[in-house]
Design a protein around this ligand. Structure first.
Ligand code: NAP
Ligand code: ZN
Length: 352
């Protein structure tokens, strides 16, 4: 074991603060990574504040962070994928049971016994796993991803959650050239959804509650922008969408979007609001529309997404911050005041 610097929350109502955590020494299949950047996902905020207490209660102290990019410092004797000095990245999964049908199919995100990067039992050290708001992490090579060398590292970090969470359902639901695709909520996930849908060739419509984001939405790749609080603008799109990705973090009216789907259209929830949302089943029945959810993505698909982003030169639009600004960043996230992802420069931990 060795010590790593980190930021943790001691309770749902405590700010994040500097701490020291234990990391395991790399075993034969492990990769040790010096973390260079870690994105701030709204899930970090939900988890730190125990907003998902019904499904995923938070264990304190909690070290969040699952959008990790860094450099390999050491590898175990059986590691073939990486060597010291390579760039490497880690998303929301650091292990799974690897024997169940989901794992065998490369769909580790559906494993019944996954180990998330933080807040789940740590098989090696006991306690729970600690995430990427830290200067170092040790992960089995199977769960470590390669980073295309042309991508800016601060902007690449958010691909590990925001990127794969939007890429995976779009691939699953057949987003391709000529499809009309909606993206609801232009936050961290939403802005990645726009870039990816645009690169897949779709006609992209952004739905936002923030009038100030309209210009950005077009710059990011949207063909049209709708202010979702304007009922007339919404009504113009009734019955026209093949697919809608809903990336909103708070309670909102999803019925307004279900109406916009054509026959057999699908709306997928990736946003994970704290409270249940109401659905009119008639709006689903009458046009055989479907409503689904989707969690992150498997390891192979995450690598596919990273390679796709490398090919299309896609990264997140980031505001790079020192870790000392993380609590302020959480407050700004709640005010929709981020364009469009915070990425923590982990060099700032050295001064703690
Ligand atoms: P974010 O950056 O805070 O973006 C959320 C966006 O939702 C905001 O920018 C805003 O967009 C919109 N919004 C916020 N409050 C709203 C309200 N009251 N009514 C309507 N729209 C509202 O968050 P994020 O990091 O993208 O995460 C979004 C959600 O996805 C979170 O719930 C997160 O936990 C979840 N998530 C799920 C997965 C998964 O695997 N399924 C993975 C990662 C994250 P506008 O300003 O454009 O309206
Ligand atoms: Zn996330």
């Amino acid at each position: 074991m060795y010590n790593s610097k980190a930021y943790s929350a001691a309770a749902a109502t405590s700010p994040l603060a500097a701490t020291t955590i234990a990391r395991r020494d790399p075993t034969e299949h492990d990769v040790q990574i010096e973390i260079l950047f870690c994105g701030i996902c709204h899930s970090d905020l939900h988890q730190v504040r125990n907003e998902w207490s019904g499904v995923m209660p938070t264990v304190y102290p909690c070290v969040p962070g699952h959008e990790i990019v860094g450099r390999v410092t050491k590898v175990g004797s059986a590691v073939t994928k990486f060597k010291a000095g390579d760039l490497a990245s880690v998303g929301c999964l650091v292990d799974s049971d690897r024997t169940c049908p989901e794992c065998k199919a490369g769909l580790e995100q559906f494993c019944a016994n996954p180990t998330f990067t933080y807040n789940l039992p740590d098989k090696h050290l006991g306690g729970v796993t600690y995430g990427g708001y830290s200067d170092s992490i040790v992960v089995d090579q199977h769960f470590v991803l390669r980073v295309p060398s042309n991508l800016n590292l601060a902007g690449a970090a958010p691909l590990l959650c925001a990127g794969i969470t939007t890429y995976s359902p779009m691939r699953h639901w057949g987003v391709t050239k000529g499809k009309k695709v909606g993206v609801v909520g232009l936050g961290g996930l939403g802005h990645m959804g726009v870039k990816i849908a645009h690169a897949l060739g779709a006609h992209v419509v952004v739905f936002t509650t923030s009038p100030g984001k309209q210009e950005d939405a077009r710059r990011l790749g949207a063909d049209e922008v709708v202010l979702s609080r304007n009922a007339n603008e919404m009504a113009k799109h009734t019955g026209s969408f093949d697919f809608i990705l809903d990336a909103v973090s708070a309670s909102h009216d999803i019925g307004a979007y279900i109406q916009l789907l054509r026959r057999d259209g699908n709306i997928t929830m990736v946003g994970a609001p704290e409270k249940p949302l109401a659905v009119s089943v008639f709006s689903l029945i009458m046009a055989r529309r479907s409503l689904s959810g989707s969690p992150i993505g498997g390891i192979a698909e995450t690598q596919e997404m990273l390679d796709f982003c490398g090919k299309h030169n896609i990264t997140a639009d980031v505001e790079v911050i020192p870790i000392q600004k993380v609590n302020e960043a959480y407050e700004r996230l709640l005010k929709q005041d981020v364009k469009y992802r915070f990425s923590i420069d982990m060099a700032s931990l050295k001064t703690e």
